[in-house]
Design a protein. Structure first.
Lengths: 166, 791
């Protein structure tokens, strides 16, 4: 075990763990965060996604000793109680069913839109493709990504009716 | 390390975020009342617990709330809020929101004035949890009757208070007022806030529960029919929701299972020294062939389970055939059990006279739940009681099953349902709940167990594999005169919910039911008028009936997707043989009889078939009569079915890439009639999920195995639908109720599973239309499509 210092959602934490411990278990069990969840432990599903350096990273595969930048989890996405436009789009489109995977969907969408603010339908599909959903809410997720892109571009609430203007 | 049971205030704290600010417990704490809404014993126990004074010994702390007591269902607070309590769970289909809408309408209270507690065995009456898409149809109706009775009781109190006869009163948003003089008013909180209703309901069982008051007519419902946003979504989006998987109790330790590497293997020896020196190691727990490792931290338990050296003796026989040989095995093995249903006429005589005979064989493999979050359970044995935190959709049978399994009184066990990954039937959440309970009971401290991905995919219960042989006869005019349906199903030892002798941990310990429970399977549900029919479904067993990862259990619309794939593919083949348009062919079969039933299924079947065709813009032609030569071939497929009283029809538009074999469902139209719709957007979301799950099961999903073990162990070896595969357009046409305006509105019927069952046939029919090639073996993965196109 060794002491490791982490910066997560704007706060600094020190934990005493094996350096090879995957980040996921530290976020969940030491820091009490609920956004990232265990899905496969293999980097295949995206349920454990966090943001590092603006990129969506699978925390189940990332040893804590290889975390060299600040970590943002779903909890850290909203600013002072204000939801991020991606989160608001998720509510407006009523995206989640069970919601277990939506952490990965939302954070991947956030990273996608930061890199490509106006993605085509094909780019949304490609950009989101590695994040699996077993409630199969893909149709609404893609609508929400488009809505969030619109809101982030105009600063106004999107007008597209769900499932029609995609 | 010795562990000291934590103070029960910690338990209280652990529960607090889940219960919300207006929880019954907060209310009880602040008001000093402890009897409202549940039995005095339970209340006393719970309050004592909150104060750290839970009585020990033989006092039963977690009795079942009495469903005859109105106060078990509904509490009105002094602050004009109300809390509803239902024994259901919500897997994300919005049943909680819908039930709240229904109860608010009957009670005449604002949606935002209410909250709903679901699936807590110590606080909500036993409505069995969820299953069968009947939460709205059956339990929602019970909830309406209960809320209507509470309104009646409130009106009687208001009548006394205001000196106005009951029939001179009305109510809105939790306030009762005089019709003649609206300044004469009194609120629900003023009438019963903080007090019991003390109304006894009648009814022989929880589904028959009723008071004196009738429920409102559909025309008087205000919230029902509105797309009220789901209350559970914001906390799922901002990360604040506490899920079952998040429960983290003081002193809690982590367990992981070690499964036999070969199905049917027997444990010989465990070398504990292989893990003893690992950091955080606490204990190896073993009974029979059940093995688990317990460690201080989660990642430690994962590592220890991987490193634990266990010697297993191979079984003397192969537990099952390989998945490659599965369908030959099903067809060539003498069935154990057989059954026949819905026969009429003289099929053999009709076949002898038929102008054309069509035959086809269809195969559907084992498929799994393969939840996105592997099964988990947390059990806390504080103070000699047992609390289980779970996402199991059947918390009530988990409670009684665990109590029987551990040999402790059910009153000492409570199950707290919390959100979790999808609930589409008998998942491994049952198994993980038992494992957590067993381990916590053994260790005497809180234990959290979660399955690994490979366990979830390989060992979760399966939807059974089917092999079908169909034969149909057409007369010279192309009418269907004979129908012969034979199904073989690998469903010999069907696992029920939370049975203490069929959960995996019990079977690995050598516990067995007296006899296996074969799963039944109805023939396809349709209203076709076919004069001569024969149906037969036979069950085939594998050498290994128990302790197997191919144990079968309910998986979303159990058996429906399989049988409907066969039936609705075959009707399409008959239409093609008759050179008829597939929609016109079905309509002719539906209109061939006037015979209907109480739910007007024939009339409503015709209505959804017509609605789907209209919404798509269907132009009649016989299928595959216009196959192109481009690389991408486009076709459209039709399918129809009913499920219980809900009727559905789909049109799918598919693209088939002749070079890669990829099938893409580009557009789906679903015409859906489930009677009264409570929340249109919630219904649409539920249908969309069922449609895409149907695509996934049709194009990708198959549990594969060799003669030793399941080889589908992750998302590479067991692919699922992805973002790339989602349709471009989904049109859902809600055909709301009886299309005959002379008949009154229909009640709500089940939704969700009905729309799932006919996706595979619709896709297969679309692929045939596009390519002229019939795919009869699910899934239609690219390599299988290419093979079929080559031949």
């Amino acid at each position: 075990m060794s002491e490791i210092t982490l910066r997560v959602n704007g706060k600094t934490h020190t934990v005493d763990v094996e350096p090879s411990t995957p980040l996921l278990y530290i976020l969940r069990n030491d820091l009490g965060l609920r956004g990232p969840r265990f899905g496969c432990g293999l980097g295949q599903c995206g349920t454990c996604t966090v943001l590092m350096d603006g990129r969506a990273v699978r925390s189940c595969m990332r040893p804590v000793e290889r975390v060299n930048s600040e970590v943002t989890t779903l909890e850290g996405l909203s600013m002072e109680g204000e939801l991020h436009p991606v989160q608001q789009a998720w509510i407006d489109e009523q995206v989640p069913q069970c919601g277990y995977c939506q952490n990965g969907q939302i954070l991947t969408a956030k990273a996608l839109l930061d890199e490509n603010p106006d993605p085509t339908d094909a780019e949304v599909r490609t950009g989101m493709n590695g994040v699996l959903c077993r409630c199969m809410t893909y149709y609404r997720i893609q609508a929400a990504v488009k809505r969030a892109a619109e809101v982030m571009a105009t600063g106004e609430a999107g007008s597209s009716e769900r499932g029609v203007d995609r | 390390m010795k562990w000291t049971p934590h103070a029960s205030t910690s338990l209280d704290d652990a529960l607090a975020p889940w219960e919300g600010a207006t929880s019954r417990r907060d209310f009880l704490k602040s008001s000093g009342l402890f009897v409202l809404g549940f039995g005095a014993t339970g209340g006393a126990g719970f309050i004592a617990s909150a104060n750290g004074q839970r009585p020990n010994g033989d006092t039963a702390p977690y009795p079942e709330p009495d469903f005859h007591d109105l106060d078990s269902w509904l509490v009105v607070h002094e602050d004009e809020t109300a809390v509803f309590y239902v024994g259901k769970t919500d897997g994300g289909q919005g049943t909680g929101t819908a039930i709240r809408q229904m109860m608010c309408d009957e009670l005449d209270i604002g949606f935002d004035q209410t909250t709903l507690v679901m699936g807590r065995t110590d606080l909500t009456v036993d409505q069995g949890g969820s299953g069968g898409s009947d939460a709205i149809e059956r339990d929602g109706t019970v909830a309406r009757r209960v809320a209507a009775e509470a309104r009646r009781a409130l009106f009687e109190l208001a009548s006394d208070r205001l000196g106005v006869p009951v029939d001179g009163l009305n109510a809105r948003e939790g306030v009762i007022f005089s019709n003649a003089n609206s300044s004469k008013r009194v609120s629900y909180g003023q009438l019963v806030g903080g007090q019991r209703f003390d109304v006894i309901l009648t009814g022989a069982n929880v589904n028959a529960i009723t008071g004196i008051a009738p429920i409102k007519s559909v025309q008087d419902l205000r919230l029902v029919g509105q797309s009220i946003p789901r209350y559970d979504i914001p906390a799922k989006v901002d990360g604040s929701l506490e899920w079952a998987v998040d429960v983290n109790l003081p002193g809690m330790v982590h367990a992981r299972n070690v499964r036999p590497p070969i199905v049917g293997a027997t444990l010989v020896a465990i070398d504990e020294s292989s893990v003893r020196d690992l950091p955080g190691f606490i204990q190896v727990v073993n009974r029979g062939n059940y093995v688990a490792v317990v460690c201080e931290r989660e990642e430690q338990a994962i590592e220890a389970a991987q490193k634990l050296e266990v010697e297993w003796a191979s079984p003397e026989f192969a537990p099952f055939p390989s998945s490659e040989n599965l369908f030959d095995y099903l067809r060539n093995t003498t069935p154990e059990l057989g059954g026949s249903a819905r026969d009429n006429g003289d099929p053999e005589a009709a076949f002898a006279d038929a102008a054309t005979i069509v035959t086809a064989a269809y195969d559907v493999p084992f498929q799994g739940h393969t939840a996105i979050g592997p099964a988990h359970g947390i059990a806390d044995p504080s103070d000699g009681q047992l609390t289980i935190y779970t996402n199991d959709m059947k918390p009530y049978s988990l409670r009684t099953g665990v109590a029987e399994f551990l040999g402790i009184p059910a009153e000492q066990v409570r199950v707290i349902w919390m959100d979790g990954p999808q609930l589409y039937g008998r998942t491994a959440a049952d198994d993980a709940g038992f494992e957590a309970a067993f381990l916590a009971h053994e260790l005497g401290r809180p234990v959290r167990v979660q399955w690994m991905r490979h366990e979830e995919t390989a060992w979760d219960t399966k939807g059974p594999a089917f092999a079908f042989n169909l034969r149909g006869g057409l007369d010279a005019k192309g009418n269907v005169v004979a129908w012969d349906y034979r199904a073989r199903v690998a469903n010999y030892a069907h696992v029920g919910y939370n049975e203490p002798d069929t959960v995996l941990i019990a079977q690995l310990m050598g516990i067995r039911p007296e006899r296996p429970s074969p799963g039944g399977a109805r023939p396809p549900d349709e209203m076709y008028a076919i004069p001569n029919r024969r149906h037969e479904t036979q069950v085939v067993r594998f050498p290994q009936a128990f302790e197997t990862p191919l144990r079968t259990g309910n998986l979303r619309d159990p058996n429906g997707p399989q049988t409907t794939f066969a039936g609705e593919s075959f009707i399409d083949e008959m239409a093609a043989a008759a050179k008829a348009d597939p929609v016109e062919f079905r309509l002719r079969l539906l209109r061939g009889s006037q015979e209907d039933d109480a739910a007007f299924r024939r009339t409503r079947s015709i209505a959804v078939v017509e609605a789907a065709a209209d919404a798509y813009g269907w132009t009649p032609r016989s299928a595959a009569s216009n196959v192109g030569t481009n690389r991408i071939l486009t076709g459209r497929g039709f399918a129809y079915a009913y499920r219980i009283s809900t009727t559905i029809a789909h049109v799918v538009e598919v693209e088939v890439d002749r070079e890669t074999g990829r099938v893409w469902v580009k557009r789906m139209v679903c015409a859906h009639d489930c009677g009264l719709v409570i929340n249109p957007d919630g219904l649409e979301s539920t249908i969309q999920g069922n449609l895409l799950h149907g695509i996934s099961r049709t194009l990708f999903e198959e549990i594969q195995f060799d003669e030793e073990k399941v080889t589908s162990v992750d998302w590479r070896t067991h692919p699922t639908i992805t973002h790339m595969d989602a349709p471009d357009q989904i049109d859902i046409v809600i055909v709301n109720g009886d299309p005959n305006p002379d008949r009154p509105d229909l009640p709500p019927y089940g939704a969700g599973e009905p729309s799932h069952r006919l996706v595979a046939a619709a896709i297969a029919n679309g692929i045939y239309d596009a390519t002229g090639v019939r795919l009869r073996r699910i899934p239609f993965r690219p390599e299988q499509v290419l093979d079929a196109l080559d031949t």
